[in-house]
Ligand binder design. Structure first.
Ligand SMILES: [Fe+2]
Ligand SMILES: [Fe+2]
Length: 244
């Protein structure tokens, strides 16, 4: 199974680059993907016209798409528009190899994130099968280096982290920080995607996305530089059945 993990498109931002957006869509449509997973911040302020632009953009992606909102999408009642245009804020995908749960970590009109105690049982219910298990959120669970002072991590990051580790989740995917990064903790990998096609970049970083390949128990993750096409292998591991 091949999955692209893209994030932080911010299509209505003045720093969104239409040429980069076109290139991203070309890459996704030519990559023989089974799924494109979008970890939020498709708009800047969650307004209707921005959602319409985002929908037009995302509709050009040919593979199946799974999407969760980010903090920017929840602004101005945007989370209701999200549901109207894209459906549930807790999407779930499962096949014989993989189970993927997306959860909305945004809170209306604030940048902080939260998963919330009411969602913990959903993680346990949906991701307890013995297959590759992926949790997708907008906010990062572990701080990302070189992204300034930490000020809007998940407010319940400790509890979410503990669930991810106790369940031996394989991948925890997020966005939000606009800088790609991978942390490994006790066999679980916490992956932050960069911004896929905006100039809202940190320092001399570049627009990027992640390509995930799951072959039975084998999990590979490459970070792709959108501008050069260069790939950097970030994860090469085998799924470990849950200890709990
Ligand atoms: Fe963002
Ligand atoms: Fe964000």
């Amino acid at each position: 199974m091949r999955i692209a993990h893209i994030s932080d498109l911010h299509v209505s931002s003045p720093l969104f680059e239409p040429e980069w957006g076109d290139k991203l869509i070309r890459c996704l449509n030519e990559a023989d993907l089974d799924l494109v997973l979008v970890t939020g911040d498709i708009t800047m302020n969650g307004h209707l016209y921005e959602y319409q632009l985002a929908k037009e953009f995302l509709d050009r992606i040919e593979p199946r798409i799974m999407i969760i909102p980010g903090n920017h999408d929840a602004m101005n009642d945007g989370y209701e528009l999200f549901e109207e245009l894209f459906g549930t804020r807790k999407p779930f995908f499962e096949n014989e190899e993989v189970a993927i749960l997306g959860l909305d970590s945004s809170e209306p009109d604030i940048n902080d994130g939260q998963i919330g105690r009411h969602n913990y049982p959903i993680i346990k219910e949906k991701l307890s099968r013995d297959k590759v298990r992926i949790l997708a959120l907008h906010h990062h669970v572990i701080p990302v280096p070189k992204t300034g002072r930490e000020w809007n991590i998940l407010s319940d990051a400790g509890d979410v982290l503990s669930i991810c580790i106790d369940m031996d989740l394989d991948l925890i995917l997020s966005g939000h920080k606009h800088l790609p990064w991978v942390w490994e903790l006790q066999g679980s990998h916490f992956v932050t995607a960069g911004t896929a096609c905006t100039r809202r970049l940190k320092g001399r970083s570049y627009p990027s996305y992640n390509l995930i390949r799951i072959d039975g128990q084998h999990i590979l993750l490459d970070q792709v530089n959108l501008l050069t096409g260069e790939k950097k292998r970030m994860i090469d591991k085998f799924h470990q059945p849950s200890r709990s």
